[in-house]
Each structure stands twice: as structure tokens, then as C-alpha cells.
Write a protein that binds this ligand. Sequence first.
Ligand SMILES: [Zn+2]
Length: 420
Amino acid sequence: MYRINRKISLISFIILFYVITLAAYSNKYPLDSNYHRTKDIENSIKKWEIEYPNVFYSEILGYTGKDKMPIRSFKISFDPKVKSFDKPSILIIGQIHASEPLGVEICMRFADYLLQNYQNNERVKSLLRSFSFHFIPTINPEGFEVVSSGIYANHRKNKTDINSNNRFDRGIDGVDINRNFPLNWNNETQKLPHDPHYAGESPASEKETQAIIDFMKRERFYLAINYHSSYFGDLNERIFFPWNWSGAKSPHWYEMKAIASIISKNLKKDYSSANYLVHTGNTTKVGFLRDWSYAETGTFFFDIEVGGIYKNKSIIFPDNANMHIIVDKNIKALINSFEYLDINTSIVKIIDSKGKPYILSKVHYNTLKQDIVKPLLSNEKGLLFIFWPPDRKQLNLYINDRKYLIKKSKSKNIIIKLIN
Ligand SMILES: [Zn+2]
């Protein structure tokens, strides 16, 4: 009897384990209860505004084209209401594709983590001393509303009425905002309006694209991360950065690869012991936000594809328990990666022969001639932020076409006095 009981309990344990495992590693749609909906994002921002007025500032970057929904952004910094010229700014974008809600969770919960901890946690305090953090939970609020409200899981685009029938056709209407940016906008490859990757009628045709362009140009971020998820499971758990066009790599490919490698080192895959993959192979030329941002404003820009593969299935809508595990892991990876970035960043101050800050001077580094990437600009205090890959000890800066050699030093601050 005892033996049978033991056998039964063992069998029921195995069944229970199997059921839990099955339930744990699958997609749950409509999204599980702890995911943010549009209202939750708005409520959190309102709450943070009241609770943390000294470090929190929010603004609306623009409105979506179809439903006129606000595109919200907020900043967490020790000087939130003014532009912080003394330190580099980092941007975290939760999503651009509506069907990819995990990034919204990472974005909102990372912000919450900073706010909860900046007073007592030395590491968070130190990060806020070194960087200003900006957030956009979603670039695509009207698409996000379709997915997060449970109407339809696989809607990637915004809601632009491309077939002009005055109603919303889910999965058909809309423009892929991440194909709509002006660099390499190519409607030939994505010209069919019903295609999930439809690039739009013209470059920056979408209100969302226009709002982000203005914002990126205004802030000139040091680094940006945009989260994605791979609906069909072809890109999961990879880190992308600008660019490798059939072997023609971006001028700062080596620097960005070093940063991507650190993110990868800190980020294990969801359902295997391997780390995230740094994508070093070819990348496509299709109007990406990341390529445009880097070329136009010098921002080191990373697309991180979150959500793993389990038994050949892409898990991008995990249940509450697994969503929290993924989010926590990503928050740790961000903290570690930003600490690394901080240690390896120099603040270069450019002054003229009389010792005055040299404002908005054009600076190239690594190479003088760059066809696509615009020069960096020293900011309104004459400062420029430079990242050092671990094995680099010196580099050439070209300021107004003149070469200056700078060396990595223990001090974070480097002064360059311009020669007349
Ligand atoms: Zn995406």
C-alpha cells in the first residue's frame, strides 16, 4: 500500500511538473494580468510625476496619425527639467512594433527600479550621477492599444488607413514605423500596403516617425536601446547595431560591437544556458530607426530582441511569472552594462585658444571621411562624450578637419585646446 501510494504520488508529481512546465513556457494571449495596458502607462507616469518631482519629468513628443494618441516620453535624472549637458543621455525605447510588448515591461519596470532605488542604492545613485535616462514606453501607442487590449496579437504596425476604407483592418492597415525612417527608405522592398513591413507612402510619412526624428535631433543621445521581439521566432535573443551592409561597416562598428558584447555577457537566453547573440553579420538597408539615428545624431543604437525559443516556439507573450523573470534579468543586464559604459567613457572638453568652450564644433573620430554619418557636435558646454573599447589606448579626433590625438587616461575628463 505504502509503495503504491508512493508510486501514485511520484506519478502525480511528474504530471504536475509537466503541467507547470507546459503552462510556464507558452504564450498567453490576451496578455497576462501584470502587463501594462495604455491606462497603466499613463497612471504610472502621473504617479511618478507626483511622487518624484525632483528626478522625474514627462512630456508628449507628438500624437499618432490615426487615433491622435499621445506619444509619451519621460526623463529620470538629477536635473530632469533642463537638458543635462554635463553628462551623456541614454534613451530606452520599450517598443516600436505593437506586437512586441515585453520591451514595454522592461522599459516601465527599469524606470520604476531607478525611481525606487536612487536614494538608497549606491549603484543606482552613481548611474544617475553619470547619465540622464530618457524613456519612451511605446513609439506606437495606437498599435500597442490593439495588441495590449486583447483585440489582436499579431499587429505590428500603426493604424494608418492604407486602404482608405475608413475602418481599421487589423493586421492589414498600418505602416511599419521601423521601415519609415529617411535613411535607406526603400518602398520597393516593402511596397505592398498590406505587408506587415510596409514602409509607408514616403520617408517619414508617419506622425510617429516625425515625432521621434525631432526628439532624437533635439537630444542627441549618447546611447539608445530599442526593444523588439521576434513574432515568428527568426531573430530571438539577438543584439543588433548599425550597420554591416555586405561588409561595409559603420564607422563606429567596432565601438558598438564592444558595447553589444557587454550586454550579451550580462544576458542569458530564457530557455537555454547560452548568452544573447551579438549580430555581426550583414544587416539590411530598410529605413530603420537605429541606422537613421546613428547616422543623423551619432547615437550608438542597439536593437535588442527579447523573448526566447522554447520547443521551436517563440515565447514573446510569457505569463506573469516568466515575464517578471525576463524583466528582472534585463534590468540587471542594463545596470551592469551602463556601469561598464560609464567606466569607459571620457568627457572631452573642447576649448578655443582663449580657453572658452568651443560649442557645436564638428568632430569625427576614427576616420575623417564619413559619407553617411554626420559629424558629432560638441554640446552647448563644449563637451563631447567618447566611448573607449577596452583595448584602445588612443584615438584621433578630427575637429573642424584638424587632427588631434587623445589618449585614454585615469581621469574621466580630457581637455583639448584648439590650435588656431
Ligand atoms: Zn520589432
